[in-house]
Design a protein around this ligand. Structure first.
Ligand SMILES: Nc1ncnc2c1ncn2[C@@H]1O[C@H](COP(=O)(O)OP(=O)(O)OP(=O)(O)O)[C@@H](O)[C@H]1O
Ligand SMILES: [Mg+2]
Length: 348
């Protein structure tokens, strides 16, 4: 253990938020050093990497025939393990020195619903990228740490992380997840609901980037005071010709409501599964929300109204998982009561 203590003083702790939409890397002492879309562009047939991250996202739906831009993670699962591995290695190597003097400890926040095989693939990629120790943790636990929730306390805290592919809700006490529920509904599903609505009601086909823009600019989960309008462009579903159309915030809210209701129901179910003493703590402290989906206007307010529990939006909702992963070891070690067993369980 003394040796580990010595090593950990010099080696760097790196936290990775391996998200369906975005990958973020946090280095302890430096902060967020990488924030790029989880997208890769590969050459068809050979699977040779052409571009990764921001550059690859620009190629989505606009690639020449021999190049495909893909999101290797979808709906909170690893849709393409080989590309996920290439992406992780690329991102780590982008922010890391060529040869580590002291290899880093890497903690990766992943959706709690990924399988053991997927988890092993992620761990493997981080080792191949030069890690000394790799630990995979649930993204809601990471989000809770990153949001500054005192997870080592013997008190109930609830975190609701709404990402692109998944919504994960956990009740955490004494460093452990007491109740966790996850559904494959998040920002991507919001975009798809908007695309379906515009097609079904207005016969207009729009791309997912236009749908995301509508969601961010005029999307709202609670009835708004003023109705906002945005002009969009798409292809007519019947003639196939491009045309313009004006969409308002009321119809966007209606399109989003079925997905939003599923998230609200999931929060309610998690609360009802929470032991009473911990539930009492949550009522007092509030539900903390993180993830890009939590930024949907009016969503925290709606969840507070529907559950009767106050809701707090984390200070940096998009960065919590990366920050929490990067400070995981530190947080766990600082809880004095069982530091030995923590060392053991982390295989240091
Ligand atoms: N201001 C905003 N309003 C509404 N949605 C937003 C806003 N900003 C970002 N988003 C959405 O947040 C989602 C991305 O969030 P985030 O980066 O937390 O997901 P992720 O961690 O990559 O996904 P997951 O956790 O499911 O693997 C996208 O769907 C994006 O459109
Ligand atoms: Mg996430």
């Amino acid at each position: 253990m003394a040796k580990n203590g010595f090593m950990s003083r010099f080696s760097q702790d790196i936290g990775i938020d391996l998200g369906t939409c975005n990958t973020l890397i946090y280095i302890r002492g430096k902060g967020i050093v990488l924030n790029e879309p989880s997208v890769v562009a590969v050459e068809k047939g050979t699977n040779r990497l052409v571009a990764v991250g921001t550059e690859a996202k620009g190629m989505l739906s606009r690639t020449p025939r021999d190049i495909i831009a893909k999101r290797p993670l979808r709906d909170g699962v690893i849709a393409d393990p080989d590309l996920t591995e290439k992406m992780i290695k690329y991102f780590i190597q982008k922010v890391a020195p060529k040869n580590w003097f002291f290899k880093p400890r890497i903690v990766i926040g992943v959706p709690s619903c990924i399988t053991k095989v997927e988890e092993n693939a992620v761990i493997d990629s981080a080792y191949k990228a030069g890690a000394r120790t790799v630990k995979v943790i649930a993204e809601s636990l990471a989000a809770a740490i990153g949001a500054g929730i005192p997870i080592v306390e013997p008190a109930g805290h609830m975190i609701c992380d709404i990402g692109g592919g998944t919504t994960e809700i956990s009740v955490i006490s004494l460093k452990g997840m007491v109740v966790t529920r996850a559904i494959r509904i998040g920002g991507d599903e919001f975009d798809e609901a908007i695309m379906r609505h515009i097609r079904n009601v207005h016969n207009l086909i729009i791309g997912d980037q236009t749908a995301e823009r509508l969601k961010i600019e005029i999307g709202n989960a609670s009835p708004e005071r003023t109705i906002e309008k945005v002009e969009i462009k798409g292809n007519d579903a019947i003639t196939g010709l491009p045309r313009r159309f004006e969409v308002d915030s009321v119809e966007i809210r209606e399109a989003l409501m079925p997905s939003i209701s599923q998230i609200v129901d999931e929060v309610k179910k998690t609360l009802s599964e929470t032991p009473p003493e911990l539930a009492a703590d949550i009522v007092e402290r509030g539900i903390v929300m993180s993830g890009g989906g939590a930024l949907l206007k009016g969503l925290p307010k709606l969840i507070a109204k529907e559950t009767g529990v106050p809701v707090i939006l984390a200070e940096k909702p998009l960065e919590c998982v990366a920050i929490g992963s990067g400070t995981y070891f530190e947080t766990m070690m600082n809880s004095r009561e069982s530091s030995d067993s923590v060392y053991e369980s982390l295989n240091l």
